[in-house]
Design a binder for this molecule. Structure first.
Ligand SMILES: *Cc1c(COP(=O)(O)O)cnc(C)c1O
Length: 472
């Protein structure tokens, strides 16, 4: 039982008393009365809880000036942006949970330009209403060789819109090997249902032949679809028809051939020392009538879904009222336009486009960076953990090229003390890195905390906050 030296009422001030403190007037002006009152209640409630355990210990904290200071701290914490810059040292370059492609500066500048009033749907030549796709369509058709193009919020929306426009109430032929789930809730069979079409599975998981498509085409068929196997690979005894054959088979029965490419690199990645990834250009050249792909995967731009292909089909898609519900915001259009312009000069892509820069970074450069950072990180963790530089492999991420890994280097952090309790210590280190002003996110594997340095570009900012690591 606690020794009752005073009642809570006598020690803890009232909400009104705090609100009427002279120092509160600035706080009320900055944060508003409603938020400030909530914060006061929160602070007082916490004092009351602590008081139940030890009345004397809260006496100083219950002084009105101390309460006001605490209220200010609570309000400032609440006012901090929820969306923060982080260091992505997970080793996955296009990390969906960490915002995928980092935007190039030209795209950031373009977003700021477009943030105010802009000619989003206004034709400056004629002074009449314009089309928001007009800012992107000429660039997209030039870069991909497509007749026409349109853009929506993300690739999932692009697929949904294509299916809902061209195949509602009818059948879509897809290979059983392509009925994939691409992270979160994007599953091809579910998208089909939501788009109001019927999935016609053809072939088997590992082998699907041209005749499997041909024998399943009937009067209810709306289109033939191919989904690029993004985040997994089927290896061994496998078969799938060439895209050009599939296109021919579809066209022979007057059906469009649609390809969901997913990552959709706009340039041949081999030019940057990376494994080949099919491009929309190649896919269209092979006979696809429509190709869909993401803006924030290998393209290196903002979140968007791009649809390129036959003019008559794109025209139908643009007329679908659902398109209106999926349209892009002006700042996204601005960013995407700036990113697409970078592709006019592929030689400079590796320096100007962060995604390409990170993906093509040499292992020697990353290793040198790791060696430079090792002493300061090791010193900061001295006595708690050993830090070494180790070879590792980064992944492209976002479902692209799942089997190809990029040589990289990591700072490997292992607790000094092994065995019992070491997992808790390691978790403490991981938490401390995550609690930094610019949170550092790594990867835990085999009781080791790895910081893969492939995506570390601001070395100075990383080093500068090391002394703020709060290791308990
Ligand atoms: C990533 C991906 C999608 C979803 O694209 P979002 O832009 O994330 O909506 C769809 N299909 C494939 C094949 C993908 O790889």
């Amino acid at each position: 039982m606690t020794q009752m030296t005073a009642s809570p009422r006598a020690i803890i001030p009232s909400v009104d008393r705090i609100l009427n403190q002279p120092e509160m007037s600035a706080v009320l002006a900055d944060h508003g009365r409603a938020a400030a009152t909530d914060a006061v209640r929160t602070v007082l409630a916490s004092l009351r809880r602590r008081m139940a355990e030890d009345a004397d210990a809260v006496r100083d904290d219950a002084e009105p000036a101390a309460v006001v200071a605490r209220v200010e701290a609570v309000l400032e914490a609440l006012a901090r942006p929820s969306l923060k810059r982080v260091f992505n040292l997970t080793g996955t370059v296009l990390h969906t949970n960490l915002g995928r492609a980092p935007l190039p500066q030209v795209a950031i500048d373009a977003m700021a330009q477009a943030a105010g009033a802009c000619n989003l749907e206004y034709d400056l030549d004629t002074g009449t209403r314009g089309d928001r796709d007009s800012h992107l369509e000429p660039l997209l058709t030039r870069l991909t060789g497509a007749e026409a193009a349109t853009v929506v919020n993300n690739n999932a929306a692009a697929v949904l819109l294509v299916l809902g426009t061209l195949a509602q109430g009818r059948e879509v032929l897809v290979s059983r090997g392509e009925l994939v789930e691409i992270g979160g809730a994007f599953r091809i069979p579910d998208i089909m249902t939501r788009a109001g079409c019927t999935l016609r599975e053809v072939g088997t998981t590992n082998r699907t032949h041209l005749r499997d498509y041909e024998t399943n085409i009937n009067e209810d068929s709306a289109l033939v679809m191919k989904v690029h196997a993004s985040n997994y690979a089927i290896q061994g005894f496998t078969a799938s028809p060439a895209e050009s054959d599939l296109a021919q088979a579809a066209h022979a029965r007057d059906l469009p051939f649609v390809v969901d490419l997913g990552a959709g690199a706009l340039v041949d990645l081999e030019r940057y020392g990376l494994p080949h990834e099919p491009t929309p250009q190649e896919t269209l050249a092979a006979g696809a009538d429509l190709v869909t792909f993401s803006g924030d995967k290998l393209l290196g731009g903002p979140q968007a879904g791009l649809i390129v292909g036959r003019a008559d089909l794109i025209a139908q898609i643009k007329k679908n009222p659902m398109k209106r519900a999926m349209r892009l915001d002006k700042t996204t259009i601005a960013a995407l336009e700036a990113v697409l312009r970078l592709y006019d000069n592929p030689d400079r892509l590796a320096t100007q486009m962060p995604t390409m820069n990170l993906l093509s970074r040499s292992s020697a450069e990353i290793r040198a960076l790791a060696e430079r950072l090792l002493p300061s990180v090791a010193q900061r963790l001295d006595g708690i953990a050993h830090v070494t530089v180790e070879d590792c492999r980064s992944q492209i991420g976002s479902g692209s090229l799942p089997v190809d890994l990029l040589e990289s280097s990591a700072l490997a952090i292992r607790t000094v003390q092994q065995g019992r309790g070491s997992a808790r210590v390691l978790t403490g280190i991981v938490d401390a890195f995550r609690a930094l002003p610019a949170p550092v996110i790594g990867r835990i594997q085999d009781n080791t905390f790895f910081l893969d340095l492939r995506c570390l570009t601001d070395e100075a900012a990383f080093a500068a906050q090391l002394d703020r690591l709060n290791l308990t």
